[in-house]
Write a new protein. Structure first.
Length: 127
């Protein structure tokens, strides 16, 4: 089964990967809503977890038409990027494939670009 998740290898640490992505998003005027440090919160609870952080970002101008067309899309918006380290120490940047979100919520084809545009920035962040 296709999970709809795209994984891109990153040569940077988890925090550096997301810092690079945040810089690119801010340069394009994209709002950063939150950074969730899953592994940091696990450590505070006395638990061990490989570095794992989630960035939540988006643009109301791009996201609102999607949610108007398909209200269920709000469960996947704003967009998210997950930076995580695997058991071998390799860092990955993962995100939902725009086509998967389109199919999942029945989004009109003419709105696909609204969720596809950030993919180029995610790829650039790990260059």
């Amino acid at each position: 089964m296709n999970s709809g998740i795209i994984d891109i290898p990153s040569p940077y640490s988890v925090p550096e990967t997301l810092a690079r992505l945040q810089t690119l998003l801010k340069e394009k005027g994209v709002t950063i809503f939150a950074l969730v440090d899953h592994s940091g919160e696990a450590a505070k609870a006395g638990l061990e977890m490989r570095p794992t952080q989630l960035l939540i970002f988006g643009s109301p101008k791009a996201g609102t038409p999607l949610m108007v067309a398909a209200p269920s899309a709000a469960i996947d918006l704003p967009l998210k990027a997950l930076a995580w380290q695997d058991a071998q120490g390799k860092v990955w940047l993962s995100y939902n494939a725009p086509e998967y979100l389109q199919q999942r919520h029945g989004l009109p084809a003419d709105l696909l670009q609204n969720i596809a545009a950030p993919a180029a920035l995610l790829r650039k962040a790990v260059e």
